[in-house]
Write a protein that binds this ligand. Structure first.
Ligand SMILES: C[S@@+](CC[C@H](N)C(=O)[O-])C[C@H]1O[C@@H](n2cnc3c(N)ncnc32)[C@H](O)[C@@H]1O
Length: 307
């Protein structure tokens, strides 16, 4: 993968306009019914486990639960949210609208993977953590470790340094400390991204304030996590607007500098795969290289800590 947050995928994608890639409960055979989630999780870890790292700075980490051979696919998953997202054109960004159009179940799954998104949209932290099992039930061929409690979850995701202007209990406010959000080097690509400031002289209701914040933060979250899809795979032809997408699990894979990563991503119609670049041992952390030339990003992987 190249680039920071919204990185171009290695292969062309053909987006599915009416579908964000996660199978609906009704059309999946195996599948996303929450009653079956525990069965899936109880099985021996066939493919992959997601666990929290002990290091609070890194947040989620993805670990291989068995050995993989070079070239082998670790897992594949559908797109969790796809949107039109062009850094230069405010009018064509539809991230928040696409998020709101998702079914409640799909939004819940996103909250499970992305506590920051949950916070931005006023979702209770415990509720967001409990939704993590959905990641396992919606993504294909994945086994998710759901043994961690919501408390563990929040301990591992401390305040990312953002202040909450309104205190708990204020009407329309989002109580609590926002979970840390990713700050990949994608900011270089989407540095121009700024939601227009609200006019100061127009009084707004608490509800309007809450929605304004949800819009701003949802867009910010997306710009940091989304993979930018190649132009030829966009709804709009090359030279037009950019499509970008987030994935429930692939987005939780941490970075290692060039030569130290053990995987790469490869995108196909509505899905993304994670492929082993070399043999991977059971228990090893799955890593990718976010970008060849990562700026404004202090790598805390062993590749840099050893230096
Ligand atoms: C795409 S997310 C990866 C999943 C992330 N651990 C999480 O819980 O959301 C990218 C973020 O993870 C953290 N991260 C990943 N790899 C890192 C590394 N090598 N050094 C420092 N931070 C890293 C940074 O906060 C980065 O902004």
């Amino acid at each position: 993968m190249s680039g920071d947050a919204v990185a171009a995928t290695e292969q062309s994608l053909t987006p599915r306009p009416a579908d964000d890639g996660i199978p609906d409960s009704k059309d999946s055979k195996d599948n996303s019914k929450s009653t079956e989630v525990s069965k899936v999780v109880e099985k021996p870890a066939a493919d992959l486990l997601v666990r929290l790292n002990d290091d609070p700075a890194l947040g989620f980490c993805v670990y291989a639960a068995r050995a993989y051979r070079r070239g082998e696919r670790l897992f594949e998953e559908g797109t969790a949210l796809e949107a039109t997202h062009d850094a230069h054109k405010e009018g064509v960004r539809n991230v928040y609208e696409r998020y709101c159009q998702l079914s409640a179940e799909r939004r819940r799954a996103l909250h499970g993977s992305f506590p920051y998104l949950a916070w931005a949209n006023g979702v209770d932290a415990q509720e967001a953590a409990s939704a993590r099992t959905l990641v396992g039930s919606l993504a294909k061929g994945l086994v998710i470790d759901n043994r961690l409690t919501a408390a563990d979850h929040m301990q591992m995701r401390p305040d990312g340094g953002r202040s909450v202007e309104e205190g708990p209990g204020t009407p329309g406010s989002l109580a609590g400390t926002p979970p840390k959000k990713a700050s990949r080097a994608k900011t270089a690509l989407y540095g121009l991204l700024k939601w227009p400031a609200a006019p100061q002289d127009v009084p707004s209701s608490p509800e309007e304030d809450a929605e304004k914040r949800a819009r701003t933060e949802t867009l910010d979250w997306f710009s940091r996590y989304a993979f930018r899809l190649k132009p030829e795979a966009s709804f709009v032809k090359p030279g037009g607007n950019h499509q970008a997408a987030v994935y429930l699990l692939t987005d939780l894979i941490n970075h290692r500098c060039g030569g130290f990563q053990n995987c790469r991503v490869s995108a196909d119609v509505g899905t993304i795969s994670v492929l082993a670049l070399r043999d991977i041992a059971a228990g090893e952390e799955v890593t990718i290289n976010y970008c060849k030339d990562v700026k404004d990003f202090q790598c805390m992987g062993e590749c840099c800590l050893r230096k």
